[in-house]
Design a binder for this molecule. Structure first.
Ligand code: ZN
Length: 163
């Protein structure tokens, strides 16, 4: 009997994920929608990266996952994983603003020390900026859509005002 595999969808764009072999990253529909597992907090930040097994150990940034998401992951399409999440787009203005935020929060460094606390704090600060930005945009978009629906239903149900 053939095993039934559950169809998975990308956690961001919602596309149906492809599991076709040897096409990952190809510029084809299967390559672009190929399933890709993404850890919410990268293993390397927690010192659990397998790619460093034979190299000198790197001091970890977080001894414990600050978001309590160690080992948690989601399924994404190639595009959302590799091109959206892994290639964060920041303009020079974004960088300048973040730099100022880093300095105001006291997470800047004039020289590196043995401690990795500051980079950990900068990572959490950037996460916080993204989290707050997403929430703000979501609230604004929901309000815009409600307004749009209200004006559509008003147009459809109300007779024109005759003065
Ligand atoms: Zn996607």
């Amino acid at each position: 009997m053939k095993r039934m595999t559950k169809v998975k969808h990308c956690a961001i764009c919602g596309c149906q994920l492809s599991i076709k072999k040897h096409v990952y990253g190809e510029d084809s529909l299967d390559g672009r929608s190929h399933e890709s597992k993404h850890h919410y907090v990268a293993k390397r930040l927690l010192g659990r990266s397998e790619t460093r097994r034979n190299k000198s150990p790197r001091k970890t940034i977080f001894e414990q996952c600050p978001l309590k998401l160690e080992g948690k992951y989601g399924w994404f399409c190639y595009e959302c994983h590799e091109e959206l999440l892994q290639n964060l787009v920041l303009t020079p203005t974004d960088v300048e603003r973040f730099k100022e935020l880093v300095k105001l929060a006291g997470f800047n460094e004039s020289q590196k020390t043995d401690s990795k606390d500051k980079i950990g704090q900068r990572i959490m600060l950037l996460h916080s900026a993204i989290e707050k930005g997403i929430k703000a945009l979501l609230v604004a978009e929901r309000r815009r859509r409600v307004k749009e629906r209200r004006s559509l239903s008003y147009e459809n149900t109300s007779p024109p005002l005759l003065c």
